[in-house]
Design a protein around this ligand. Structure first.
Ligand SMILES: [Fe+2]
Ligand SMILES: [Fe+2]
Length: 206
């Protein structure tokens, strides 16, 4: 598998997670209040899968080599790109704080959590689009096949260091989020979201 193929498969898994977050948060906003646990699982998935499992491969293996190769040309652009992580993480830590008081939450805090989650989703979606469409195509352009194989081997070794349990935990957390949505899901949402697609969160991930 190519480096881009490997990372885009993980992006597909993250997009599956974001679809569920979007669905759950929208239902929450319309009054079908999900338990605070939904938001706890949301934060855990982000910390474990996105920040650890996925970003380690990009931020610590691929992008440092790629951006070094292009240094000077895209410094400001990389800075802005990198700041999206900081903005997404700021949203996430506010969501984490709010979710602990969810059971006593007033309308204002519900609106706040909806706004934060919507911002978080849009930062991540645009970040991944940028990676898929702009940065990943540079891999073939700037690296020989043998360098690409070395990068892929390093990404795999970083993943092995984290252990298989982490991925199992992430899939389990996402399954729990889907279950919480399913418990509130009814005909009202069928017409807005269609069926609950991708119930199996495994998504053929390595
Ligand atoms: Fe990234
Ligand atoms: Fe990514």
């Amino acid at each position: 598998m190519s480096i881009a193929g490997y990372l885009m498969k993980e992006h597909a898994f993250i997009n599956n997670y974001l679809d569920k977050v979007q669905m759950g948060v929208q239902m929450f906003y319309w009054g079908d209040r999900l338990p605070g646990l939904f938001f706890k699982r949301m934060v855990e998935f982000s910390d474990n899968f996105i920040s650890l499992y996925h970003h380690v491969k990009e931020e610590e293996v691929l992008f440092p080599i790629l951006f070094e190769k292009l240094s000077g040309r895209i410094d400001g652009e990389y800075q802005r790109f990198h700041e999206q992580h900081i903005q997404a993480n700021e949203c996430l830590s506010s969501i984490d704080k709010l979710s602990t008081e969810l059971d006593q939450m007033d309308v204002r805090s519900s609106v706040e959590i909806y706004k934060l989650a919507s911002m978080y989703i849009s930062y991540l979606r645009s970040h991944m689009r940028q990676e898929n469409q702009i940065y990943f195509p540079w891999i073939d352009r700037y690296f020989s096949k043998s360098i690409q194989e070395d990068i892929l081997a390093e990404m795999r070794s970083e993943q092995e260091k984290l252990g298989k349990e982490l991925l199992i935990k992430c899939k389990k957390g996402l399954s729990e989020m889907i279950l919480m949505i399913e418990q509130k899901y009814n005909n009202r949402y069928q017409s807005v979201f269609g069926s609950l697609k991708n119930r199996n969160p495994g998504f053929g991930l390595i």
